[in-house]
Design a protein around this ligand. Structure first.
Ligand SMILES: Nc1ncnc2c1ncn2[C@@H]1O[C@H](COP(=O)(O)OP(=O)(O)OP(=O)(O)O)[C@@H](O)[C@H]1O
Ligand SMILES: [Mg+2]
Length: 248
């Protein structure tokens, strides 16, 4: 039986059949502001705090201080003494601006991650976000390059979370075929409820080696962790859901 990595999202682990199979590469997709960063960070945070695991969070857009402050505001404090490391790649690139065009940053990142994972024995790795990764190098053949990147992550060993940003009104979850390449896909979505309310929802679209629920759950933060609750669909909701593209 494969070990499971709990998400520590109350109610969601049960829906995943006990958690995420260890070593999986999981894509976390969502439109802007759907708490992608907070969700993934909280999975790492609670696994470090409660399971004694080690984790590396690679951030492109949000700087180290800003990320730390946002997570502390949500109640995820005491980061300094924890085995949860943040790699601020945006800052490193800014500091080496003169090499920005010459260096193959994607290769450099892979080398760095490999070294850190071997040195520190990381169990969990997160990359926020894939678009930042794509800005690192001119991918000649994105599908082939991504196939190799996913293979690289799987060979590496840790359970990986890749955040993928969906532009508003996009009908696609991803830019290329990342959803097929990954072992799991979680979708975060703001759903309109009635005329004026918006509810944050999560759905496990796929998770290999797991008997998981397919339905949407409402996702709420607090206190100190996420939890899901079931959605009692209203007629208006059902009508709206049917009108959405098949992949949603
Ligand atoms: N306690 C809370 N409950 C609900 N929502 C919150 C709470 N604290 C912050 N938020 C909202 O969460 C969002 C930011 O979360 P986060 O940065 O994790 O989202 P994101 O999907 O990663 O955003 P981006 O698209 O900018 O990367 C903001 O819209 C903020 O208003
Ligand atoms: Mg984010």
């Amino acid at each position: 039986m494969v070990e499971r990595v709990p998400t520590f999202v109350e109610g969601f682990d049960r829906a995943l059949g006990g958690g995420i199979p260890e070593g999986s590469v999981v894509l976390v997709c969502g439109t802007p502001g759907t708490m992608k960063t907070s969700l993934v960070f909280s999975v790492l945070y609670h696994n470090v705090q409660e399971k004694g695991r080690k984790a590396l969070f690679v951030t492109f857009e949000q700087g180290y201080e800003d990320l730390k402050a946002s997570m502390e505001e949500l109640g995820m404090g005491d980061l300094d003494g924890m085995e949860l490391y943040i790699l601020d790649l945006g800052r490193i690139r800014r500091e080496h601006r003169e090499q920005d065009n010459q260096k193959d940053w994607l290769e450099a990142l892979q080398e760095y991650i490999t070294k850190r994972v071997h040195d520190h024995d990381f169990d969990l790795l997160a990359i926020d976000a894939l678009s930042g990764l794509y800005s690192l190098s001119e991918m000649e053949n994105p599908r082939r390059d991504l196939f190799h990147f996913f293979a690289f992550l799987r060979d590496l060993g840790p359970t990986c979370f890749l955040i993928s940003e969906i532009p508003f009104h996009s009908r696609r979850l991803v830019a290329y075929e990342e959803d097929f390449l990954s072992d799991g896909v979680f979708l975060l979505q703001h759903a309109e409820v009635g005329d004026s309310d918006v509810q944050l929802r999560i759905r496990c679209v796929k998770l290999r080696r797991a008997k998981h629920a397919q339905n949407y759950f409402a996702l709420v933060w607090g206190p100190k962790r996420f939890m899901v609750t079931s959605i009692i669909a209203r007629t208006g909701d059902r009508r709206r859901r049917r009108a959405e593209p098949a992949s949603w």
